[in-house]
Design a binder for this molecule. Sequence first.
Ligand SMILES: Cc1cc2nc3c(=O)[nH]c(=O)nc-3n(C[C@H](O)[C@H](O)[C@H](O)COP(=O)(O)OP(=O)(O)OC[C@H]3O[C@@H](n4cnc5c(N)ncnc54)[C@H](O)[C@@H]3O)c2cc1C
Length: 303
Amino acid sequence: MYDIEALYEAASLDDALDLLEEHPEAKIIAGGSDVLIEIREGKLSGCTLVSIQKLDELRGIASEKDGTIRIGALESFSHIARSGIIRGGIFALAEAAGVIGGPQLRNIATIGGNVCNGVTSADSASTLMAYDAVMEYRGKDGVRLVPIREHYVSAGKTSLKHGEILTAVLVPKASWENRWGHYIKYAMREALDIATLGCSANVRLSPGKKTIEELRLAYGVAGPVPMRSPQAEKAAEGKAASEETIAAAARAALKDIQPRTSWRASKELRLQIAFELAKRTIRESVRRAGGASDLKEERGGPA
Ligand SMILES: Cc1cc2nc3c(=O)[nH]c(=O)nc-3n(C[C@H](O)[C@H](O)[C@H](O)COP(=O)(O)OP(=O)(O)OC[C@H]3O[C@@H](n4cnc5c(N)ncnc54)[C@H](O)[C@@H]3O)c2cc1C
């Protein structure tokens, strides 16, 4: 059922890097919730695996001296969803972690595997995009820090080179401080379903809470890789934290995204969902930031 040529269990990060050098064809396995499915489906028949599961140096969620939130690549979504550091600083990531798969899956699926599979539907990715996360890669030549926008190259492809391991996801203080956000996953089922579309927003309001100083809006499944919407962000910047601004930003988002028709949903439905989720995530972010509590949903579509 599982056609595996060899499985090497790394005892340390250096050992894992040595194993990857010795076995250039080997694939890294962390929680295995993507890799094992691919092997079972025959896509990786006869593969060689290097397991990083036992590397405790890739675990831990910490707030570093400079305020950077550091999430070890092997952290499970159960831990991330419950972490006080994540809930206090990047609450939208805890929300994303909490809607991945079901409880058993969240215990084994890692954040590293979620962003290294390169897929656009990865639930953590749009929030990490919206918070300008930085990927920490380790290879034989040392550490490489790669902004998440450069990490995603094309559908299913990341900028990790063979022999490199993602060791942590970093969210610098300037990216999360004074920002409040919200993530919504739209899927056909409540659990164990891949997102039809995911949307993550966060805002920084002016000291008086009347103006959106900065909006960051990101999507999953709105293009081949997770993406930001610069036009939505520009439409809200410096504008009143009002329903009118929120609707304008949501309309502008539709100019940036390129969703596809798939068996899950048509392009037209995805555009409609993208508009609606942008409004809902921005509105909730404004509320969480202490902005207008009387924001009321306006009815109607993007036109
Ligand atoms: C039933 C089911 C439901 C699911 N539901 C969801 C869902 O709702 N939302 C969602 O986003 N995903 C979902 N997934 C997909 C999957 O669980 C996640 O993408 C998960 O986060 C993958 O993590 P993992 O540790 O299991 O990765 P693995 O399967 O171990 O690895 C995934 C990929 O990343 C690479 N990799 C892993 N860790 C590293 C690292 N540290 N450095 C370099 N490369 C690495 C591997 O080589 C492989 O290519 C689901 C999967 C299943 C089976």
